[in-house]
Every structure is written in structure tokens, then in C-alpha cells.
Design a protein around this ligand. Structure first.
Ligand code: ATP
Ligand code: MG
Length: 462
């Protein structure tokens, strides 16, 4: 309980609690903040519930809040901001039913227990009654939190048919919080996975993104497959299980893929690219002279990923970045033959702003247990990166060349090659570096001044 102190001491929470108490209404902190605070991870992303009706909520907070948002008022939610905080206050539910029609019907109630019973998991079905400073935990959520197990307050069959998105949320908490599913929850997902078809692509996408960028994406991805929930939004994934990868003898492509996902940092673009980087392998598998090959699996994979990410309504920049990374993830290996400067430039151009992510993906992709192969693969990338650095340095130096060269200096001053020409060029380059000159004209003006000081008479009058 001492973990809850940051809530009871929070000035905004205290003020808000006071306002509702004065109005004779109850105010509860609910949902993720309660859960995370019990874990010792208090955050200010706070959701409140109350027995006040939406219009009464508005009346209570109107003069206190900095801003009000009433877009959700039909569903009982009043949004407000106070200082740097954004807060949502929702009238307690008595019935939420998302039928086959997809239209939630909301009726308002006054019973916190009923409201909590309609929430997704026991760990999210706790409330703090603020005026009493007490935890309301009718479904033993605190216990499940300690055991890290996800259970639904009521039967999971009912829960998942009421709102199929909860199945995605279950897998999300596996990834982000290291939870595991109770056997009943896991079984219910296997049975009711098809119900996910009732959920919009955007809402599935948002949960999928959270699953991928969580701490334990591999475990969560395994669950998506073992329950077949993934069939509803990334059907290609299950195909990776059957194809053996000759490079990684004992591992199939699926294991390799999940390893790569976990090895790249939790950035959405990188994690998506890792997940799909070998997705083209099943369809490009061929046998050449008794060896398994996957020619052009990069291009094939990029096109499968594009189709899939579009269907999931990912924003265009994300779709483009992910597919480019997949498309380019094998390019480095053509370097074995040695690259021309032109090829290095083409790589720089094609990778563009994605170069660091591409390097990260390529490194994570080296999962071979054979140390010699590992060193060889990484060496290729190191060599290429070194070439890029050298090329860019050379081009950088080219950019800071003096606007007039030694030949022009000699011609202008009537000098023979020697230390004076060197001195003049040095002066011009310095001035260019400092940004004092950029055009030929400015260079000649400066050279002229220098020549006069040196007692050299220019041959050509400027
Ligand atoms: P986060 O804010 O990190 O996404 P959260 O648990 O706070 O996690 P929210 O989506 O903010 O999740 O929802 C707040 C609370 O509302 C949840 O903790 C849960 O009690 C309830 N809730 C959210 N979505 C559902 C749902 N689909 N079905 C039932 N209850 C839900
Ligand atoms: Mg939340």
C-alpha cells in the first residue's frame, strides 16, 4: 500500500478529489495508473471514474480546469487539462455492450464494483477510492499482479466476445509487462480469435505496435502464433515456421526472425522491419545444385510487408521506411565482390536517412552460432561503413575547396610555383572555412588585399 503514497500526495489529485467530495460525489482512480503505481511505477497518465453523470462532471470541474474536451461526453467521458496534465473522468458504467453491430451502448451507473467487473483484466480492474484512500480490488488483481498472470474478472469467453480487442491487449501486456496468460485466457483466445474480424484495422494496429515495441516481443509473438490470433492480421507469419534456413542449421526462420526482433532496439520501424525481413523467404525458396536458396527474398519480402502494413493502415512514412529497410537488408553482402565508389554512393543514396537503422538491422540479422561466419558477416558491414566515412570525408573536403585554385592564383599574381602560392592558397581556404568568402570574385578581392600587403603587384587588375 505504501506504493500508493504518490497518488494520495499528488496536488492535482488532491484538488480534484476535494471538488468531487464537496459536490457529494465519489471519485476513483482506475485502470493502468493504479496497476503501475502498485508496481512502484507511478505515472501521471491518470484515468478517473465517478458516480456523477457527465453533465455533473462538467459542472464540478468547469471553473477549475484549464480546458475541457467534450467529444466523448456521449460515452460518459469528460476530458480536461490542468497545468501539464491531461485527465479523463468517466461516469461509472452499468452496461457496456459491443454487439455484432459494433456500436457500443452505454448506460451509466453508480456501482464501482460493476464497472470494474466489465474491465479487461483483473490487474486493470482495481480502483482507488480517493476520499477514503483505499484500494478496491474485488477480483484479486493485486495478487495476479504479483504472480504476473492475466485473468479476466468474469469468464474470458464472455469477455472476448463482448470486446475482441481484449485478446490483443492480453498479448500486449505479455510483451510490455512480462505477464503470462492464465490457461483459461489462452484457451479462450484460441477459440475466439476469429472475433477479431469485428475490430477495425487501426485499433488492431495500435495494439500490434505496442506488442512489437514491448520488452518481450518474442514471447508475445509466439503466443500470437500458438493461439492463431495472428492469422487475422498477419497471416504470413505462420508460414515462416515450416521453412528451414540452411544458414542457421538448427533454427527455423521463425525463431531467427523473433530473435532479430528482440535484438533491435524497441523502435517501431526497426521492429517491424525485423519482423518482416525474411517474410519473402517461403515464397522464394528454391533448390540449386542441392542447396536451398532464397533469391530475391528481400524484394519479395518488401512487397509482402508493404501490402500487409497498408492493410493495417500504418502511416505512409512507416510503410516506406520499413519496406526500404527490408529491400536493402541484403545489399551489403554484394560488397563481398568489392564495391566501386559509385556503388557506395548508390548505397548512401538508397539508404538515405535510414542508414543507421539499416546497419542495426543487418547486425541484428547475424544470428549465426558459427563465430567465423559471424565475424565475416560483420566485417563486411564494417568495411562498407568505413568506405562510406572515407567517401563522405573526401566529399566534405571537396566542398571546402577554395573558390580559386593554385593555377588561378599564379596566373593572377604572375607567380611561379613556390611557398608564396602555398601561403595564398592557405589563406583562401581558411577564409572559405570561416565562411568569409564563397565566390571567385570574393576570393580575388581577398587575394588582392593580401598581395598588396605582401608587395606583390597583381598582373591582372581586378
Ligand atoms: P496504457 O495506458 O499503458 O495503454 P492502460 O491499462 O491504462 O494501459 P488504457 O487503454 O489507457 O490502458 O485503458 C485504461 C483502463 O480502461 C484499463 O486499465 C482497463 O481497466 C480499461 N480498459 C481499456 N480498454 C479496455 C477494453 N477493451 N475492455 C475492457 N476494459 C478496458
Ligand atoms: Mg492508460
Amino acid at each position: 500500500m505504501e506504493n500508493l503514497v504518490p497518488i494520495f500526495k499528488h496536488p492535482i489529485v488532491l484538488q480534484l478529489s476535494h471538488l468531487f467530495e464537496k459536490a457529494g460525489r465519489k471519485l476513483y482512480l482506475v485502470g493502468g495508473t493504479v496497476r503501475d503505481t502498485l508496481l512502484g511505477e507511478f505515472h501521471e497518465d491518470m484515468d478517473f471514474a465517478t458516480d456523477a453523470k457527465p453533465d455533473d462532471i462538467v459542472a464540478i470541474v468547469k471553473s477549475w480546469a484549464d480546458n475541457l474536451w467534450l467529444v466523448g461526453i456521449r460515452f460518459g467521458t469528460v476530458g480536461l487539462s490542468k497545468g501539464h496534465l491531461k485527465i479523463e473522468i468517466t461516469t461509472l458504467r452499468s452496461e457496456v455492450y459491443i454487439g455484432k453491430t459494433r456500436h457500443p451502448e452505454v448506460t451509466f451507473g453508480t456501482d464501482i464494483y460493476y464497472d470494474l467487473s466489465r474491465r479487461d483484466f483483473t490487474i486493470n480492474a482495481m480502483a482507488i477510492e480517493l476520499s477514503q484512500e483505499r484500494l478496491i480490488d474485488p477480483f484479486n488483481g493485486q495478487n495476479d499482479l504479483i504472480k504476473r498472470v492475466l485473468k479476466t474478472p468474469m469468464g474470458p469467453e464472455q469477455s472476448f466476445t463482448d470486446d475482441p480487442l481484449r485478446m490483443m491487449r492480453a498479448v500486449r501486456f505479455v510483451s510490455t509487462m512480462g505477464m503470462h496468460l492464465s490457461p483459461e485466457v489462452e484457451e479462450a483466445i484460441s477459440i475466439y480469435k476469429g472475433e477479431l474480424a469485428r475490430i477495425s484495422a487501426e485499433r488492431i494496429r495500435d495494439e500490434f505496435s505496442k506488442i512489437l515495441t514491448g520488452r518481450k516481443p518474442a514471447k508475445a509473438l509466439h503466443l500470437l502464433l500458438s493461439t492463431s490470433l495472428s492469422g487475422g492480421f498477419v497471416p504470413e507469419l505462420s508460414k515462416l515456421k515450416i521453412t528451414q534456413d540452411p544458414e542457421y542449421h538448427h533454427k527455423d526462420i521463425l525463431e531467427h526472425t523473433f530473435t532479430v526482433v528482440e535484438r533491435v532496439e524497441p523502435d517501431l520501424v526497426l521492429r517491424l522491419a525485423a519482423l518482416f525481413h525474411d517474410i519473402g523467404k517461403p515464397e522464394t525458396k528454391g533448390i540449386v545444385e542441392g542447396k536451398v536458396t532464397f533469391y530475391n527474398h528481400d524484394a519479395a519480402g518488401a512487397s509482402i510487408a508493404r501490402k500487409r502494413l497498408r492493410a493495417l493502415r500504418y502511416p505512409r512514412v512507416i510503410v516506406d521506411d520499413v519496406t526500404n529497410l527490408i529491400y536493402l537488408h541484403m545489399r551489403v553482402y554484394t560488397y563481398r565482390m568489392g564495391w566501386t565508389d559509385k556503388a557506395v554512393r548508390r548505397y548512401i543514396r538508397d539508404a538515405g536517412g535510414l542508414r543507421d537503422k539499416l546497419s542495426a538491422l543487418i547486425r541484428a540479422d547475424c544470428t549465426t552460432k558459427n563465430p567465423r561466419k559471424m565475424r565475416a558477416s560483420l566485417q563486411v558491414l564494417d568495411d562498407l561503413e568505413e568506405r562510406i566515412v572515407r567517401l563522405e570525408e573526401a566529399e566534405e573536403t571537396a566542398k571546402i575547396r577554395s573558390p580559386i585554385d593554385g593555377h588561378e592564383v599564379m596566373q593572377y599574381l604572375g607567380l611561379a610555383p613556390g611557398p608564396l602560392v602555398g601561403e595564398a592558397l592557405h589563406l583562401l581556404l581558411d577564409a572559405k572555412l570561416e565562411g568569409e568568402i564563397s565566390t571567385k570574385e570574393e576570393a580575388y578581392t581577398l587575394l588582392n588585399k593580401w598581395a598588396i600587403k605582401k608587395g606583390i603587384k597583381p598582373l591582372i587588375e581586378n
